[in-house]
Design a protein around this ligand. Structure first.
Ligand code: MG
Ligand code: ZN
Length: 215
């Protein structure tokens, strides 16, 4: 029987995630699990956020990637502590991988930890990593129907980012339809429209982050 096996895996992950959450809380680390499709701008958003945050907060990053260290190398260039989790083709991060990765940081010297999940809108949602908040990102070229097609992420996200709004004039992306889908799934979640290319809207994201770390 397949279903009980899957449930067992998820239950084990949840137990480990509860331990990770305790560990992070004990060290006062605020942790974001960032979930999106490949190419929506997760790494770029992090790179664009460091400048505004690093004066007040000690930052760290865990990079989940199926095969390469390309994103981790980008983060390391900013002199932010970064640990790469290579999933060897695996399509999501699991709590035990995060638990092991945490051994590489001095957690007392971290205020805000970003976990860039593997680019995938489906299964990362099933695996609690012990995070404080879940961030969902969609970029405009992906289409405004993504919340309808992949509702779980949008139901569970604490904040939703619509990236690449500078491309809206060239696309058939209807922001109102996108917002309407999210309003039905998760009316409490803020939807932040921004562009990592032009910098438009980044201030709302930085304000959201700073407020979240404070509380
Ligand atoms: Mg990336
Ligand atoms: Zn997966």
């Amino acid at each position: 029987m397949e279903i009980p096996v899957v449930e067992k895996v998820l239950k084990l992950n949840d137990d480990i995630a509860a331990g990770v959450r305790k560990r992070l809380l004990a060290h006062h680390v605020c942790t974001l699990n960032i979930i999106s499709a490949p190419g929506s701008g997760k790494t770029t958003l992090l790179e664009r956020s460091f400048g505004e945050l690093r004066e007040d907060l000690n930052l760290a990053v865990i990079e989940g990637d199926p095969d390469t260290t390309l994103d981790a190398e980008r983060i390391a260039k900013h002199n932010i502590p970064v640990v790469q989790i290579e999933t060897a083709g695996g399509c999501h991060l699991e709590a035990n991988l995060v638990d092991n990765a945490l051994n590489n940081f001095d957690l007392d010297a971290v205020d805000l930890l970003f976990i860039e999940n593997v680019g995938n809108l489906v299964c990362p949602c099933s695996f609690d990593l012990g995070e404080t908040c879940r961030v969902g990102i969609v970029s405009t070229p992906e289409g405004h129907d993504k919340p309808a097609k992949y509702p779980r992420l949008f139901k569970e996200a604490d904040v939703i980012i619509l990236n690449k709004i500078d491309l809206l004039p060239y696309l058939n992306f209807d922001v109102n339809v996108f917002r309407e889908y999210i309003a039905q799934l998760n009316p409490a979640a803020p939807v932040l429209e921004l562009s990592c290319t032009t910098g438009e809207g980044l201030d709302q994201w930085i304000a959201w982050l700073k407020n979240m770390v404070k509380t």
